[in-house]
Design a protein around this ligand. Structure first.
Ligand code: F6P
Length: 343
């Protein structure tokens, strides 16, 4: 009987997931393995909800966004008896290894499952790019390209109507999307979670810009940014199974404050899930492909409890804990570079 690799995708969907699935299936089949797709992240392993992954099932998925396996934010460690079900189903499916594709939550579960003797290999994904131990996660490049295009489009209305437009982007507690899309889109102010917002300073920058003849400004704010002396703006108080709050709404508050202090007409645009949708960029397809092939190589070498990562152009492997131990946030030096273009 052929050896079997299982693969699951967990957490928020992300452009490039299908490139990883395709690469894992192609490489594994070339090496004589069978591949089982586990549906909807850890939920699928708890419920034993699977699909066979063959050359046919992965044909044509490379340019597609999202994940053909489906996803969920299910945490087996938050459900009575679920970890045991994961272990039992892993065994009864006859899996020799499991490739877990996800962000800090999915990989956090994968890290714990090593102790349950599950031969897990991790693949880092997230549009937020906030995972330590990898230079980039796939999905981020697509997200910043979409956000940049949106910022370009927002310029049109801002300029024609002489308005301030605040663009709220995702990124959770890291400012990577705001920073890089902001730089690429020529934002006049960029606000990130790592640096509390000084509203007087923001309004001062906008006024300074207007005093040199400009009649519009674009402000990019990360959903996780917060005003000095206040806590995160939340869409709802409820925590998900991984203890996360739903961020969102800072753009609206900021826009109101800017309009009040500057007197300039101010509007807000929340980009939301548009940033995660649609076809992956070439960069994300290639990175996902390289990660997928490397993940199977780790299985062949029996290097379990490891995660694939990008380091200076090379695909390497690192301990799974290295990915989730610490959030990768924007450093001050990089933010200083962005500030050159403020106001
Ligand atoms: O982690 C990816 C991400 O898109 C974050 O940027 C955002 O805060 C969160 O997921 C949104 O989650 P959901 O899709 O569950 O609303």
């Amino acid at each position: 009987m052929a050896s079997k690799i299982g693969i699951l995708t967990g957490g928020g969907d992300c452009p490039g997931l299908n490139a990883v699935i395709r690469a894992v299936v192609r490489k594994a089949i070339n090496e004589g393995y069978e591949v089982v797709g586990i549906k909807n992240g850890w939920k699928g392993l708890i419920e034993k909800d699977t699909m066979a992954l063959t050359l046919d099932s992965i044909s044509g998925i490379l340019p597609k966004g999202g994940t053909i396996l489906g996803t969920s934010r299910t945490n087996p460690y938050k459900k009575e008896g679920a970890v045991q079900k994961v272990v039992t189903h892993y065994k009864s499916l006859g899996l020799d290894a499991l490739v877990a594709v996800g962000g800090e939550d999915t990989l956090g579960v994968a890290t714990k499952l090593v102790a349950e003797k599950i031969n897990v290999v991790g693949v880092p994904k997230t549009i937020d790019n906030d995972l330590s131990a990898t230079d980039y996660t796939f999905g981020f490049d697509t997200a910043i390209n979409i956000a940049t295009e949106c910022i370009d489009r927002l310029h049109t209305t801002a300029e024609s109507h002489h308005r301030i437009i605040v663009a709220e982007v995702m990124g959770r507690h890291a400012g990577w999307i705001a920073l890089e899309a902001g730089i690429a889109g020529g934002a006049d102010v960029i606000l990130i979670p790592e640096i509390p917002i000084d509203i007087d300073e923001v309004c001062g920058l906008i006024k300074k810009r207007h005093s040199r003849g400009k009649t519009f400004s674009i402000v990019v704010v990360a959903e996780g940014a917060q005003f000095k002396k206040s806590s995160h703006v939340l869409q709802e108080q409820k925590l998900d199974e991984f203890g996360h709050v739903r961020l969102g709404g800072i753009g609206e508050l900021l826009a109101r404050e800017i309009e009040k202090q500057t007197g300039y007409e101010t509007r807000v645009s929340v980009l939301g899930h548009i940033q995660r949708g649609g076809s992956p960029s070439a960069f994300d397809r290639v990175l996902g492909t390289r990660f997928g092939v490397k993940a199977v190589e780790l299985v062949l070498q029996k290097k379990f409890g490891r995660m694939v990562a990008l380091s200076g152009g090379t695909i390497i492997d690192v301990p799974l804990e290295a990915a989730t131990g610490k959030l990768k946030t924007v450093d001050t030096e990089y933010y200083e570079l962005a500030k050159v273009f403020f106001g």
